[in-house]
Design a protein. Structure first.
Length: 331
């Protein structure tokens, strides 16, 4: 099977391209959002093939895996075929819904009422990455399924040698409260915190935190980030509203215990024996500090976290689910 897929979410795409299919990845000259091509910071197999966008019309494509509304237009323009009509397609919904402002056609919608933009179409299945997403999106006539995340296992690498906490947040200042960036000062006051991700360098100054309490590591390659995470004693997940951060699963597979807000899919992803979940930030800060001070307990909880994550979010199950879905949609 030959599948057209845009490189949008690096970690998720890294898992997807490990399937048995050939993945065609569009590339534009400036490597912008409409065609990033193969990445430099993730390890992809050779069957993920980069294709210049202006050569896609000459490619055989069995199915299109869409991830953004704009990709409907790009598929028609570059491939010369309409998704769901001329070529089988599925739409992966990575994100939780947001409040929709009113316009001339309909009133504002609060989150529980959020209509997916494919609400009125029945020819393109919506694949949610978590049951939390499926619960909150109103997909109407669109058939839906859930394929939970699958992660390439980085292996048990935990040392916990540094009595510090780690968090991974991309664009924390721009995304703000959604990511729990405003909670980082209170967490960093309880336990020294290292922040990994894209556009994190200005976070200590902008959030008013001493650099020593909140250190930043800017956009490390995945392998190096995993090595650094494994040296920290505990992983902190402060997201208020998201689907489920893949970095959380990766940290669990590395063997880190978890302290997380009891929101979103984290309540399903982190069992009690793997860490602490709460909606009380002070309780989370205290739990992170306690784990940082107790390497034995941190290691025990981290081992449980890894065992759970490998079983539930292992790559083989993810790839089987996707192979079944792609087979069904191309019949």
């Amino acid at each position: 099977m030959r599948v057209l897929l845009w490189h949008v979410h690096g970690s998720w795409a890294t898992s997807f391209v490990h399937g048995p299919h050939t993945t065609l990845v569009p590339a534009v000259p400036d490597r912008g959002p409409d065609g990033r091509g193969r990445p430099d910071t993730f390890a992809w197999p050779d069957r993920a093939v980069e294709v210049p966008h202006d050569r896609l019309r000459g490619e055989d494509v069995d199915a299109v895996v869409l991830q953004r509304p704009r990709e409907f237009e790009l598929t028609e323009e570059w491939l010369g075929r309409k998704p769901g009509i001329d070529v089988p397609a599925v739409y992966v919904e990575h994100d939780t819904p947001r409040r929709t402002p009113a316009d001339a056609s309909r009133p504002a919608e609060v989150v529980p009422d959020s209509r997916h933009f494919l609400h009125d179409r029945s020819d393109i299945p919506v694949v949610h990455v978590t049951n939390f997403n499926d619960l909150f999106w109103n997909c109407g006539h669109a058939p839906t399924t859930v394929i939970e995340h699958g992660v390439v296992d980085p292996g048990y690498r935990y040392t916990g040698e540094l009595p510090r906490a780690a968090a991974v947040i991309n664009d924390p200042l721009r995304r703000g409260r959604v990511t729990g960036a405003d909670l980082l000062p209170e967490l960093a006051a309880a336990v020294p915190l290292d922040l990994f991700g894209m556009n994190v360098s200005d976070a200590p100054a902008r959030l008013g935190v001493r650099p020593g309490s909140l250190r930043t590591f800017e956009d490390l390659p995945q392998a190096r980030m995993h090595a650094e995470l494994a040296r920290r004693r505990v992983y902190v997940h402060p997201y208020r509203w998201t689907s489920l951060g893949l970095a959380l699963i990766e940290a669990m597979m590395l063997g880190l215990p978890v302290v997380a807000l009891a929101t979103t899919e984290a309540v399903e992803a982190v069992p009690p024996e793997a860490g602490v979940l709460s909606t009380r930030v002070g309780e989370l800060a205290g739990a992170a500090a306690a784990l940082a001070a107790d390497p034995g307990r941190a290691r025990r909880l981290g081992a449980e976290a890894r065992a759970f994550a490998v079983e539930r979010y292992g790559l083989p199950r993810f790839l089987r689910d996707w192979q079944r879905t792609l087979t069904e949609v191309t019949r």
